[in-house]
Design a protein around this ligand. Structure first.
Ligand SMILES: [Ca+2]
Ligand SMILES: [Ca+2]
Ligand SMILES: [Ca+2]
Ligand SMILES: [Ca+2]
Length: 467
């Protein structure tokens, strides 16, 4: 008798094996089809990111050119003609993430360049200025000063080597100027919360996750207003050239030189009567001391020293129009470049409120309200009517009306709104005019996530749904 599997059973098991093999092949086919479509999609996204990166490179060239072609040194490119929103570059588009002059206006992103002189400079601001910023404390401000100063002697509440030696891992205090604002992460006491607060993507706008309490990071207070961190208010790049357009040194009004000032005012076309009056105020010989006295006269007349160009203007008796003819040819410093001045025409009330003369009684808020809607013409002349003389004299040494360093926070998308990329550049024109600005920093911010706000997201979704 034959033993073993009957032919019928054998055929049945072969069939089952064939079925299994067929099933396996189909699964494999589906698997490969799926993975190659994923790969195609990934490749498509890569192409879109490359397009976006190229759009950013194009934007940087465009801005470099726009900054080199401003009408006068220290002025930004004309914001009415500067292209800053959804600018096409091939199939890609770029945006310049700006900064609203109105701090309360945080509903969506503002487009444009950002004046670095609208912020407080970490290398020049004093501890008392720094500690007035939101999120700051006396200790944090003192730690900033100790980080940048050359010595290793801790200031009151500050932090030098012995504090950093106790950290794990331990490191040394820098004892040299800040090179980037991100360096604040190394300064004793600073945390991500202090640096970013609610603006996790640093776009100056209130994104949904920044106003939902703890539903999604970051932590926020869900009050409908963006509470920014320290990073929004500080810079290490603010600089302004201190050389005249013709390459000569500016006329020093720290100590008024009659001849230089007369020549400057006359050549600028200021009326002789105004020139004479101004020179009389500053001339050391103009007001003789009272008879029989060796002391100088009690009035300020005859005192030829000024702590700032603003103080010179307040005392000169010049009209705003006359002053503006020579404003940018005056200085109280002989340095070719001045670092850290705050641009009174572009800084927020928060930043201005850190400066002497504006650091009490909401004076900075009032000043910004006065400034709004005014055509300041990049001058500081308007401060004469906006401030008391005493406050203006205190403020004068810390401000400017112009700036040579602008940052461009450029975000771009490739075709079909894909491949999001974001890079921040710092353009510095303080070396000379007219010339192409130097790029001082190039920082990829893509990792901070979507920063183009809700309107752009909505527009993209609508464009995708339109056949
Ligand atoms: Ca130090
Ligand atoms: Ca934001
Ligand atoms: Ca949140
Ligand atoms: Ca808030």
């Amino acid at each position: 008798m034959k033993t073993g599997i009957s032919p019928r059973a054998e055929r049945g098991s072969v069939l089952i094996i064939v079925l299994w093999v067929a099933f396996g092949l189909v699964s494999l086919a589906i698997y490969f089809a799926n993975s190659s479509s994923l790969e195609l999609r990934a490749a498509d996204n890569r192409v879109a990111s490359i397009e976006a990166q190229q759009a950013i490179a194009g934007a940087a060239r465009y801005l470099s050119n726009a900054l080199a072609n401003v009408t006068e040194p220290g002025l930004p490119p004309d914001p009415t003609t500067l292209r800053a929103e959804a600018v096409p570059v091939g199939e890609a588009r770029f945006w310049l993430i700006g900064q609203s002059l109105d701090e309360e206006d945080t509903k969506d992103v503002t487009w444009g360049l950002v004046d670095e002189a609208s912020k407080l400079n970490l290398n020049t601001a004093t501890a008392s200025m720094l500690q007035k910023l939101p999120q700051m404390t006396v200790n944090l401000a003192a730690a900033i000063v100790d980080w940048r100063d050359a010595d290793s002697t801790p200031s009151d509440n500050g932090a030098e080597d012995e504090i950093y030696a106790r950290l794990t891992p331990a490191y040394r205090c820098k004892n040299a100027p800040f090179e980037s604002i991100e360096e604040l992460r190394l300064v004793y006491g600073f945390t991500t919360e202090i640096l970013f607060n609610e603006d996790a993507n640093l776009n100056g706008a209130l994104d949904p996750n920044e106003n939902d309490e703890d539903t999604a990071p970051p932590k926020d207070n869900h009050d409908g207003h963006l509470d920014r961190g320290v990073l929004a208010y500080v810079t290490v790049h603010s600089k302004v050239s201190n050389v005249r357009t013709n390459g000569e040194s500016k006329v020093n009004v720290g100590v008024v030189d009659d001849n230089a000032l007369r020549k400057l005012m006359t050549e600028a076309g200021i009326a002789t009567a105004s020139v004479t009056r101004a020179l009389l105020v500053f001339s050391t010989n103009a007001v003789p001391p009272p008879r029989g006295s060796t002391n100088p006269p009690p009035s300020t007349a005859g005192n030829n020293t000024n702590n700032s160009v603003l103080q010179f203007y307040l005392r000169s008796g010049l009209t705003a129009a006359e002053f503006q003819l020579i404003e940018n040819d005056l200085s109280v410093s002989t340095n070719k470049v001045i670092e850290g001045l705050v641009n009174v025409n572009t800084a927020s009330a928060t930043v201005l409120g850190c400066l002497p003369g504006l650091d009490s009684d909401n004076k900075a808020v009032t000043l910004v309200a006065t400034r709004t809607g005014q055509d300041t013409q990049h001058s500081i002349a308007w401060l004469k009517d906006a401030l008391s003389a005493a406050d203006a004299v205190k403020l004068g040494p810390y401000i400017t009306g112009r700036s040579d360093v602008y940052s461009a926070d450029i975000a771009a998308l490739g075709h079909h709104g894909r491949g999001y990329q974001r890079v921040k550049f710092i353009f510095d024109s303080s070396d000379g005019f007219p010339a192409a600005p130097k790029i001082r920093q190039r920082q990829d911010l893509t990792h901070l996530g979507w920063a183009l706000g809700q309107n752009v997201r909505r527009q993209l979704a609508e464009a995708q749904n339109t056949p």
